[in-house]
Structures are given as C-alpha cells and as structure tokens.
Design a binder for this molecule. Sequence first.
Ligand SMILES: [Zn+2]
Length: 661
Amino acid sequence: MAPRPSADRVVELAELVRTYKDAYYNGQPLVTDAAYDALEDELRALDPENAALKSVGAPVVVTEWEKARHAIPMGSLNKVVNEAELRQWAARCDQLGAESSLAPISNDLLVTEKLDGLSLAVNYERGRLVDAITRGDGHVGERITANARRMKGVPARLPEPITVSIRGEIILKLSDMKIGFPGTDAPPRNRAAGTSKRYDGAGCEHLTVMFYDLEGGDTEYATEREKYVRLLQLGLIVPPFEVTDLEGALRIHADYASNKRAALDYEIDGLVVRANDLRAQQLLGELGDRPRAAVAFKFPSLAKISRVVAIAWETGPTGRVTPIANVEPVEIGGATVQFVSLHNVSNVDRLGIGVGDEVLVSRRNDVIPYLEEVVVKHGPSVTVPTECAACGGELGRRGEYLVCTNRECRAIVEGRIRRWVGTQDILELGDKLIAQLVEAKLVREPADLYRLTVEDIAGLERRGTLVATKVLANLRAKLPLTLPVFLASLGMDDFALETAKLLVANGYDTLEKVQAASAEELAALKGMGAIKAKSVVSGLASRAEEIQRLLDAGVVPVAPSAGGALSGKSFCFTGTLPRPRKEYEELVVKHGGTVLSGVTKDLGYLVMSDPTSASTKAEKARKYGTQCIDAAAFMALIEAADRGAVGDGAPAVGEGTAGAD
Ligand SMILES: [Zn+2]
C-alpha cells in the first residue's frame, strides 16, 4: 500500500472547514464564501465522506428570535370539507375564468398534500441561504435562520447561484419523532413548532422541510407544475404532486382518505387543490388574503368533543406516573375512545384540565387517542397528587414526569417483572401469578425469578406443582439471553429492543461495552439521538446493581453474533408467513444474524411467502442483489446453521445442497 500523502492535508482541511462553518453558522464568517467553497471543494475531492462536510456547525446561542417582515405575505387557504364544496369551488373558478376567456380551470388542477406543520420562507441570495422566516401572522414572522440550517432539506447552498425565496412546511416525520423524541406521542406538528423555535436549536436536526412554492429566481413559470419541477431541480424535497381535473382531484382525495394518508411517514390534514395555470391564478386574484384559485380540501375530522369523567394517575414499571383521562365514550374514526393518556404532569399543567371539562379528543393516524385541548372549562383543574396511587409512596418530579420514589412500589416491581417476562415471551408466567409472587414478597426484581423453587410457586393460592414446574422450565428455556433481549427486558426508559439491537449492531456487543459507553458516544450513532442516548446511559447506571444481581443469578447475556452461524447475515421478513414473524426473528438472532425492518443495500435475505413476487419490496431487494426466499428456504438455512453447514458463501438454500457437510 502506498502511503497517502494527502492524509495530513485532509486533517488540516477538515479542521478549517469546521472552524469556518461554525463561524458562518453563527453569522460571523471568517473568510469569503469563495474561499470557503474552495476549501470545501478540495476536501470533497480528497475525502468525499469526510464528516466535516456533513457537520452542521456549532450550536448558536440565541436568546430571542428577531421579528422579520415577509417581502411577500404568506397567505392562507380557504377550506372545503366535502365533494359538494369542492365542486362548488371548481364551478366558481370556471365561471370567473370564463369571464376572462380562460379555458375551464377545473380541467387543469394541481393536487398536492397539505402538510400539517409550520410554514417557513427561506431566502437564498446567489444560491446561499441568508434568511429563514416562520409564517407568523403571514406578514411578520420570526427569523429562525440558525435553526433552519440544521433541518433536513434546507441546503446551505443551492446548486445554482440564484436569488430566490422558497416556501415550505417544517414537519416532523413519524420515524424521526421515534428517534429524536422517543416516548412522546404529542402531535408531530406541536413538536415541530416547539423544536423549530428552541433557542439552542436542539432537535432541529430531526425536522424536515418540504417545499411547495418559489418566488423570484431567474425563470418565468407558466404553471404550478413547472415550479414544482424547478424545486426538484434545485435538489429540494417537495410533497407528491399531480396535475389532473376535478374528477381526478376527487379520486386522489378518496384514495388518500381511505389508505394513502395512513401509510405516510408524516401527517397531512388534507390536499391542496389549485389552478395549475399561473395566469389563471393571477386573474382570479385574492379575496381577503386568500387566493381564489386554490383551496385546502380537508379530510374528515378525526377529532370530537367529549367530557372528562375522571383523571387517574398510573405508576408504570420505570416509576413514571402517567395521568390518564377517562372521558365519556365517544366514537372517532370507527373506534370508541374512553381513556386518553395525558402523558405527563407537565402536559396536565399546560392543559389546565379538570373533571367535568369539555375536551377535544382526536385519533391521529387512526391509532392513539390524544387530548388536543380543553374546549370549555367547567370546574377546577385537577390537583396533582403527591402520593403514588399504587403504594402511597412519595411522588417526585423528574423532567416532565412525576415519579414514584419508592423502590419497592408494587406498580414498579410488578411492571418490571411483567416487562421482563413479556419481552422474553415466557409462557405460563401471567400477570396474576406475577402479582401473587410480588405480594408474597418472593420476587422483588427479575433476578429473584431465577431463585424461585417449585415449592415457592406451588405454595401460592390456586397454583400447583404442575404449573410451578412448567413456569420454571419456561423461564430457564429462554437462557442464555442475547444481549439485546437482556437489555430490553430490563424495561428502562426509552430503551426498547430496537435500541438495544442498534447498540449491538454498532459494536457494543457485550454488557461491559454497553455499560462503559458515554452519552456523547452513543448520541453519535445513527438512529440514536442525544435524548435517547442520555436515557440509555442514566438507565444503565441506575440499574447497575440490579444487573449485577442478575449476573450473580446466572443470567448472563451473550453477544448475538458470537460465533453464530448466521453471523454477518441479515434478514427481513415481510407479508404473511406460516409462523409468527417474531419466531423467525428470534431464530435469526439466536444464530447470530441480524433482523432488519426494511430492504436496504445491506440486506442479505428477504423472506416472503412468494419470492417471485413483483411487490415493491421484492423488486427493490432484487435490485440490491438481496436474495428473496420463502419460509421453507429460511428454515432450511436455520437447519443448516444448526448442523454448522452455513459458510460464507452458502446461498444455495433449499436446493438440497445446504447439508453438504
Ligand atoms: Zn409507588
């Protein structure tokens, strides 16, 4: 290997780029743009993957956002809520258009998604980002340029040196919410709004901006569609768009309402339908700041008013107390909602909610009910408890949460044992038996389970030797636990199986390594995020003694890839398979392989009922050279693994050659 003479230069360049970028992002550039560009170009040529090219600059210290006036006001749209109203709007457009001798406007409409986020105008001068201003009241917004620079989809530089103002929506994708803000299910819109205005910019890297309009620039546009195409050319993210007629718009709306909307990775609250022809838009003009030639075609509301009957405070396995509102049963989107989580005590304070209040309850994305707001207040706000409902112990505050401080709290102990048992799917060890074991003080923590005797269990009410023997056998049959299962079973805050797997996949494959990791180190892992990293480290520290007692009891986690026959191989399971997906996944992990949730370039095998299928997933897999196999072939692979016959290049599964030992 020849030495790389440019290595020193790379280090030097990376440092310069970082320094200058930080200065630039803080509004105090140290060099001219041209000089900076030259350095960046040189670094890119020598080391295209260098982290300095991707870093977003040092945090900016802001104590108040400057107010800024929009050169062109950001208007809003009139709304329609059903087919009849859309037809009415279209007919009116056609009529107004006819007065100006235009062809029917309803034959040439552009339909796109109405993103449920926060509007933002981003200004570029000669291709450089200079300004990002929130919508505000449409005329004056807040200049959040420093934060906007951190968001996905907002390039610091456009590929062309044009001066242009582009408009879009700051959204928080559901997948990014899971990563960046684990354990919350407030509407992403609220999270996006709060985060985008944080003075320290924390979390803005999880936000995305999708663009839908541009003003200025070098080009004349004749249609709305041309503007979208231009945005795409500039490398910007735009929502899906389609040019169609009125019937087409109705069809698209129906399609979104029935399935497309629920499958999106972000929330939308309707479609935007507008005249595709910009001249028509101009001729029709505005009425009270709202364009006549455009309309927001909303989806049926998934929110209804109900009344609070009671508010309960439930202590969970981590000690966190979750306030839950019991509301008068109300039907939303085909399901009856009666209990609505209020998440944490801070949220209760914010809502100022009390028994008797009329509240707006929604089911966002058709899943978890959410209490949006108090609509009419009818009584005093609820008193925040000082004692745990489960044990009477004192409640303390930890961040946004109330927590039970009693280490022996029944709710915490039972919750933890249930988590331990549930994560491992230990049969026969149900909630009732767990309650009995805790009540009898036989079990205080997971380690105690492994010291139980047949007599201990058989001595409990309505339990016998038979059950006792089965329970203990099932418990032991799961050993040894793989490291991810061990960690996830502990039921720590923000530390589910996915997180544990992520750690192992990144080389933290022993308990020692995981325990030694720092929050900064973990925060740098892709898919982790600073908040989760902090939770992981503090969770492990606070449970160190409990973990030691598990090790002492003989529950020692093993690295999933330690010599497993499927080590280095990855699998993704899709569609209906003969056995529950979880069983297949367990087999993979047990044999040292990894389970991926989707098709990526690195995926080795896609397991599906019909490997010849032309589904999107299968097509994508074939494109990447991933093998598509069925469940039988997968099982053959496992059997071969059990016989020690799977080598590095053993793709010929299920062809009768797998057993060649
Ligand atoms: Zn308690």
